[in-house]
Design a protein around this ligand. Structure first.
Ligand code: B12
Length: 183
């Protein structure tokens, strides 16, 4: 039974422009808050891989958020938690593009946005609901179906092939009023 959830964003251990500041992305903080509101004991850690592992965290599930720069560290953290028998879920930009890579180190990977998928996954792991209810991608969370509707209505926002890309957009002026109306 999952009650305690630890969400982790590994800090980049190398020296770089943000090394001096505590500046996590907002994903783990957001997901921990959502899970707390649902009654779970959820925490969000923004620490180096070494510190996370030294902390001997008591938890039932680890959710790891990673960008490419921190992927190596994220996978090392995942391997260690799994060796302790704790299941690992991945999310964030890097694994959204490379879920197969993440699944070599974790039990689950949610690509795209996690606000809907992560709570549903935890519920499914606790025996409430089914895994097939968990959206594997942002496509199921509302935003992309909305963009698809715009595309099928002929609003491509340029870029051809239906890509939603406001940059280099030849139809920007035509598209803007449609966007405002549909919202
Ligand atoms: C803001 C931001 C920053 C800020 C973060 C501080 C802050 N609080 O504002 C600062 C300026 C520090 C920053 C720095 C860097 N950033 Co930056 N940043 C962003 C940006 C614009 C938004 C991040 C964010 O908070 N989004 C809002 C939150 C809610 O979204 P999120 O964290 O992604 O989480 C959601 C999902 O990803 C998912 N999710 C996330 N984690 C998890 C975990 C689990 C378990 C699950 C299930 C789901 C899940 O669910 C969340 C809710 O939907 C993104 C671009 C983007 N639009 O995402 C780039 C982005 C993340 N950054 C990027 C990069 C490259 C960097 C730097 C390496 C740049 C540099 N060269 O130094 C540094 C790294 C700093 C570090 N920590 O090591 C890249 C990463 C690319 C990659 N290949 O991974 C991005 C994607 C931009 C880009 N397109 O290139 N960044």
């Amino acid at each position: 039974m999952i009650k305690r959830i630890t969400l982790v964003e590994p800090k980049n251990d190398h020296l770089h422009i943000f090394s001096k500041f505590e500046l996590p992305r907002l994903g783990t903080i957001l997901l921990a808050t959502i899970m707390r509101d649902k009654g779970y004991a959820a925490e969000s850690l923004f620490m180096s891989g070494k510190d996370i592992l030294a902390r001997r965290t008591e938890t039932d599930l680890v959710g790891i958020s990673t960008i490419t720069a921190t992927a190596t560290s994220a996978y090392a953290i995942a391997d260690e938690f799994r060796s302790r028998g704790i299941p690992v879920v991945f999310g964030g930009p890097h694994v959204s593009f490379l879920p197969e890579e993440a699944l070599e180190h974790g039990d689950f990977c949610i690509t795209g946005e996690g606000e809907i998928g992560f709570p549903l996954l935890v519920e499914a792991l606790n025996g409430n609901g089914s895994f097939s209810d968990v959206p594997v991608d942002t496509a199921a969370t509302g935003f992309y179906p909305y963009i698809e509707t715009l595309f099928h209505n002929g609003t491509t926002l340029g870029c051809a092939a239906g890509l939603y890309c406001p940059v280099f957009n030849p139809h920007e002026l035509a598209a803007q009023p449609t966007r405002f109306e549909e919202r």
